[in-house]
Design a protein around this ligand. Structure first.
Ligand code: ADP
Length: 250
C-alpha cells in the first residue's frame, strides 16, 4: 500500500517538474526576443547613431517598444502565475456588464483606430445587464479578447460585442471579429500557454502568447464556459457565459 502511494506521489512530482521546466523554457524564450531587440538598438546608438538626431529618436522609440513588450509579458506572467496558484479567489460583485464593455471600448479606441477597426455593440442596449462576477477579472477577459480581435483583425474591420440572455440565470457575451480567423485544428490548443497559430505573425504583433490562457483561467475560476468558433480568413467569435445578478433585474 505504501509503495503504491509513494509511486503516485513521485509521478505527480515528475509531472509538476516537467511542467515547470516547460514553463521556464517558454518564458526565457519569450523574453529573449524583445531583450535582444532592445539591446540591438542600444548598441546601434552607442556605435554612433546617437550623433544623428533623427536616428536617435527613431531607435530610442523602438527600444522603448521592446521594453513595453517586456513589461506586457512580465505582467501577463505575473497574472497567470497568480491564477494558477491555488487559492486565487474571485471577488464577486454585481455590475452592469454593458458598462464594463463600454469602458474597455474607450481604453482600446486608439489602438483600434490605428488599424481603422471599429469597436461596437451589435445593437443599442436600452437597459443595463447586471451580472455577478469578479469585475476586474472580467474586464481583463474582455480586454484580452478585444485586443486579439484588433491584432488579428483586418484593416477597416469591425469587432462586435453582444450580450444575450441564455437559459435560466445566465448571459452569454460574444466578441466577434471579421479578421484572419483560425482553422479548426487549432481550436483545442489556442487556450494553452504560449501556443500560437502563426509563430512569426503574432510575435510581430507583440503578444505574450498568454492572453487566451489567462481568459480561460478566469472564466473557469468563475465556473463558467468559454467557446470559440472561427473560419480561416473570415473571422472569429469568442464567447463566454456569466451568471446573472440575483439582486438587480436587467
Ligand atoms: P498572443 O499573444 O499570441 O495573441 P493569445 O493567447 O492571446 O496569444 O492567442 C493565442 C493565439 O490564438 C494567437 O497567437 C493567434 O494565433 C490566435 N488568436 C487569438 N485570437 C484570435 C482572433 N481574434 N483571430 C485570429 N486568431 C486569434
Amino acid at each position: 500500500k505504501f509503495a503504491k502511494d509513494k509511486k503516485i506521489e513521485i509521478d505527480t512530482l515528475k509531472i509538476r517538474e516537467e511542467y515547470r521546466k516547460d514553463f521556464l523554457g517558454n518564458v526565457s524564450h519569450e523574453l529573449k526576443t524583445p531583450l535582444f531587440t532592445v539591446q540591438g538598438y542600444v548598441l546601434t546608438l552607442l556605435d554612433g547613431a546617437m550623433e544623428d538626431k533623427v536616428l536617435r529618436k527613431k531607435y530610442l522609440q523602438r527600444a522603448n517598444k521592446g521594453v513595453e513588450r517586456l513589461i506586457y509579458i512580465v505582467q501577463d506572467l505575473d497574472l497567470i502565475t497568480k491564477l494558477e496558484t491555488e487559492g486565487q479567489r474571485m471577488n464577486f460583485e454585481d455590475f452592469d456588464v454593458l458598462e464594463l464593455v463600454r469602458n474597455v471600448f474607450e481604453l482600446l479606441e486608439m489602438k483600434a483606430a490605428r488599424k481603422d477597426i471599429i469597436l461596437t455593440f451589435d445593437r443599442e442596449y436600452k437597459k443595463p445587464i447586471y451580472v455577478r462576477a469578479d469585475r476586474e477579472k472580467i474586464q481583463q477577459v474582455i480586454t484580452n479578447l478585444l485586443v486579439n480581435s484588433i491584432k488579428y483583425g483586418e484593416r477597416n474591420g469591425t469587432t462586435e460585442v453582444s450580450v444575450e440572455n441564455l437559459i435560466k440565470n445566465k448571459v452569454i457575451v460574444r466578441v466577434t471579429d471579421n479578421g484572419e480567423g483560425i482553422s479548426e485544428q487549432h481550436f483545442g490548443r489556442i487556450f494553452e500557454r504560449f501556443y500560437r497559430v502563426d509563430k512569426s505573425g503574432s510575435r510581430t504583433e507583440g503578444g505574450s502568447g498568454l492572453g487566451l490562457a489567462i481568459v480561460k483561467h478566469i472564466i473557469e475560476a468563475h465556473d463558467e464556459k468559454i467557446y470559440v468558433e472561427s473560419v480561416r480568413d473570415a473571422g472569429s467569435e469568442f464567447s463566454f457565459t456569466l451568471e446573472k445578478s440575483h439582486h438587480t433585474t436587467a
